[in-house]
Structure formats: C-alpha cells, structure tokens
Ligand binder design. Structure first.
Ligand code: PGA
Length: 236
C-alpha cells in the first residue's frame, strides 16, 4: 500500500520544512505503509533534510527531465534529484499534460531516464470528462499506458482528469473498472488519484485493483493526510 502526497505548487521551502518535521512526528505513530511526498522542486532539499535519514517517508519530485544535463532551461535532471536524496519523480501528471503540452512520448522518456538513474517513478494516466463521455476512456488509457516502461520501481497512478481537484471522485465501480483495465495492459501497481479524502479513502483503497492513492489537496493538511494513510493501512 502506497500513499503519495502531491503538493503541486504549494509549500515553499520554509513551509515544507515545517510540514516535514510534523510528518516525522506523525510517522512515529503511523501505520506501516509506504508514504511518498512530492514537494515543488525548490522545496525538495528542505523536505529531505527535515525528514532526516531515519524517516521511511520518501521524497519524489513532481517532474523530471530525460537528459542528465544540457541546455534545457527550466528543467531538472534525474541525477540532480538523486544528488539531493530525492528517491523518485512523478511523470505525466494531467496538469502537465493539460497546461504544459506534455506528450506520451515525453512521459515515456522522463520515466525511462528516471528509472535508469535509479529513481522510482509514479506515471500518471487518466481520461478527461469529454473522453469518458464520448466512450474513449479505454483508447486513451491504452495509448497513455503504452508509453510507460515496465520496471519494478515504476508505479502507475490512474487519475481521471474530471476528478482532480473537483471534489468529484470516481465511484468505486468506475475506479475498479479502470484499474482492472490498466492492470490488463501493464504489470505495475496502480494508485488511484482524484479528490481522495479521508471520507472516501477507505472504500477506494479497499478495491481489489487499487494499490494506493495519489493525493493532491488532502495531502497539504497533516490531519487529512494522516487519516488517508491510516485508511490505507486498514485496507491492506
Ligand atoms: P486532488 O489531486 O487530490 O486534489 O484531486 C490529485 C492529483 O492531482 O494528484
């Protein structure tokens, strides 16, 4: 069971350091599940150092480039992340796909380079509302999943775009169906993401093909993130 918190463009270095120190306290009484937090790039170092070497909570970046260095203004390489003690990266988040022109090809290259550098990867897939309504969900998932390499350190996150930050969660039936479909295409464990909250985490995380959660908004608050981790442990 893996619960990952995607902080998106929240928590600068100062806030991240304080939040990580609180996470460290929570970890002491927390159940035994894998926990990842994904701060913005500028807060990675503060988060890693505040969690300290004893923590089991892993720090992932929210994106990663495929080259180790070069003239790629605004990008961060896998080796730069590894040097900070960052253990992995999210790739292909729907906000990257929607607002920053991220393509399946780039998602595949980012994932492959991160894995090659020894990092873990959470690769995101998911259909938009229009794609679901026009009956294209399986085609979209097939195309997105085909770009994702197979590797033991790779995890897929199914995040229906219409459920992200909207408060609309996929019903357990929709989530289970999509997870089972992705599972028929790729061997990686599949996390569910999209408005996961303490109130719905128990049901979603108990679904047979749901291996954990990628949590956005509710991961920014200590109490709700802890409650989701607890729900994950109970569902295991
Ligand atoms: P949300 O975001 O939990 O705020 O819907 C999930 C995500 O984008 O990873």
């Amino acid at each position: 069971m893996l619960v990952a918190g995607n902080w998106k463009m929240f928590k600068g270095a100062h806030q991240a350091r304080e939040f990580a120190a609180q996470l460290r306290i929570v970890e002491g009484r927390a159940p035994d599940i894998d926990v990842v937090v994904c701060p913005p790039f500028v807060s990675l170092e503060a988060t890693v150092s505040s969690l300290g070497p004893e923590s089991r909570i892993q720090v992932y970046a929210q994106n990663v480039h495929w080259e180790l260095e070069g003239a790629f203004t605004g990008e961060i390489s896998p080796s730069m992340l590894a040097e900070l003690g960052v253990k992995g990266a999210v790739v292909g988040h729907s906000e990257r796909r929607q607002y920053f022109g991220e393509t399946d090809e780039f998602v595949g290259r980012r994932a492959a380079a991160a894995l090659e550098a020894g990092l873990g990867v959470i690769a995101c897939v998911g259909e938009t509302e229009a794609e679901r309504e026009s009956g294209d969900t399986e085609n979209v998932l097939t195309r997105q999943v085909a770009a994702i390499p197979e590797h033991e350190r790779l995890v897929i996150a199914y995040e229906p775009v219409w459920a992200i930050g909207t408060g609309k969660t996929a019903t357990p039936e929709i989530a289970q169906e999509a997870h089972a479909y992705i599972g028929s295409l790729h061997p990686a464990p599949v996390l569910y993401g999209g408005s996961v909250k303490p109130e719905n985490a128990g049901v979603l995380l108990a679904l047979p093909d749901v291996a954990g959660a990628l949590v956005g908004g509710a991961s920014l608050d200590l109490e709700s993130f802890e409650a989701i981790c607890r729900a994950g442990a109970e569902a295991t």
